[in-house]
Design a protein around this ligand. Structure first.
Ligand code: FMN
Ligand code: COI
Length: 412
């Protein structure tokens, strides 16, 4: 007699299957925008494949009948050491959009990062989260007033922290996005910026089209960028006109001395300030020096500097530099519970997943994100028990070995 597993979606038992279903459910522009990395996608690929050089050393004959996979985060208990990373424009995937993600995170008791460039407002997301902790991802604009308003709103709505994205002085070159002439469909809006902040000028800079600070732009794009007020000969001027992600998200002027202090002051005691996009021990030390509350080792899901290290390879030097002074999180390429275990064993306190939530949304809206979180939660808990660990704090590098190219295994 066949075993019945009523709690499973038999069409979708892994994130790989979820990705495959999602592919068939998104239009080409959305699929390409979500899934691609920058340039030739080397870093995008290595973010996932780099995990396979680590293998787990399981311990046995320990009572693993009770597993506690929870961790504290922002004064709450997170059910697993995993959250949903901020990704822009989630209503492209499904009309549930960011509200669907927020409700799924609330149900699974995991934190959610909300992109500044969300298609539902931060207040709506806070309401849907019903007290589940959220983080606002911030692109700190050159026009500070917009950012100041956003920070104040996040504070009022109860967001626990701001994740300042620091790996986007310019946007990476995403070729499919350029080829598809990516454009936010007219029924969707970036909802965190009021209409009066995004007046559409007569030339209409074709929505989210080509209007921005992307290195290697074609001449036509350059003309549009300059119409949007970005360059005047050799003199740089801050972008003006409608707030689009191409024009406003990247900010090449950001720097340690001026901007981190400003942000800490704006966030006050109510919201923590974290840096998202740290990839070296040197910058991790500077982050500690500048008094931030935590860092996320990230390369933006392989969408920024192609050829940068996979995040799991950058993690150990960051952990070594920080010496436990502030929490270290990591994202990029995490697709299995065993990846989460490996990241924790290498010293991360917590991990975030980006694209898997978008695939979940595309598959079945909120229910698809719930499914994705359930798959990963089950895998994390199973991995912990099969490795002989009953709580997250037990997971250490004693549980890992590293293989070199010739298959030689060494303890860490
Ligand atoms: C479609 C897409 C949109 C993203 N939007 C943002 C964003 O608005 N802000 C940000 O800091 N990171 C953004 N990211 C990066 C994610 O926060 C995260 O670093 C990355 O997705 C992790 O890699 P993973 O997708 O392999 O899990 C985006 C990533 C993707 C794939
Ligand atoms: C608003 C954006 C620049 C979104 C983003 O970070 C991305 O597409 O990688």
């Amino acid at each position: 007699m066949a075993t019945v597993h009523p709690e499973h979606d038999l069409n979708c038992l892994t994130l790989e299957e979820l990705e495959a279903h999602a592919r068939t459910m998104m239009d080409k522009q959305t699929r390409d925008y979500y899934n691609e990395g920058s340039d030739s996608n080397t870093t995008l690929r290595e973010n996932t494949t780099a995990y396979s050089k680590y293998r787990i050393r399981p311990r046995v004959l320990r009572d693993v009948s009770r597993i506690d996979s929870s961790v504290p985060l922002f004064g709450h208990i997170n059910s697993v050491p995993l959250g949903v990373a901020p990704t822009a424009m989630q209503r492209l995937a499904h009309s549930d959009g960011e509200l669907g993600t927020a409700r799924a995170c609330k149900k699974a008791k995991v934190a959610m990062g909300l992109s500044s460039f969300a298609t539902q407002s931060l207040e709506e997301v806070a309401e849907a989260s019903e007290g589940n902790p959220n983080v606002l991802q911030l692109y700190l604009f050159e026009e500070r007033e917009h950012s100041r308003k956003l920070i104040q709103r996040a504070k009022k709505a109860g967001f626990k922290a701001v994740f300042l994205t620091v790996d986007t002085p310019f946007l990476g070159r995403r070729n499919m996005e350029i080829r598809n002439q990516f454009k936010l469909p007219s029924h969707l809006k970036v909802k965190n910026f009021a209409e009066e902040e995004s007046p559409v000028p007569p030339e209409a800079v074709d929505g989210e089209g080509d209007s921005g600070k992307r290195e290697g732009m074609r001449p036509k794009m350059q003309r549009k960028a300059s119409r949007a007020g970005y360059t005047e000969g050799n003199r740089r001027v801050p972008p003006s006109g409608p707030i689009t992600f191409h024009s406003h998200a990247p900010n090449p002027t950001l720097c340690w001395e001026r901007d981190i202090g400003w942000l800490k002051q704006e966030c006050g005691p109510e919201m923590e300030v974290w840096l998202k996009g740290i990839a070296t021990g040197e910058d991790a030390l500077l982050a500690v020096h500048h008094g931030v509350d935590g860092i996320v080792v990230s390369n933006h899901g392989g969408r920024q500097l192609n050829g940068a290290m996979a995040t799991i390879d950058a993690l150990p030097e960051v952990v070594e530099a920080v010496q436990g002074k502030i929490p270290v999180h990591v994202d990029g390429g995490i697709r299995h519970g065993t990846d989460v275990f490996k990241a924790l064993a290498l010293g991360a306190d917590f991990v975030w997943v980006g694209r898997p939530a978008l695939w979940g949304l595309a598959y079945k809206g909120q229910a698809g994100v719930e499914l994705m979180l359930k798959l990963l939660t089950d895998e994390i808990r199973l991995c912990m028990s099969l490795a002989g660990t009953t709580s997250v704090k037990e997971i250490s590098k004693e549980y890992l070995v590293k293989m070199d190219n010739s298959g030689f295994v060494s303890k860490l």
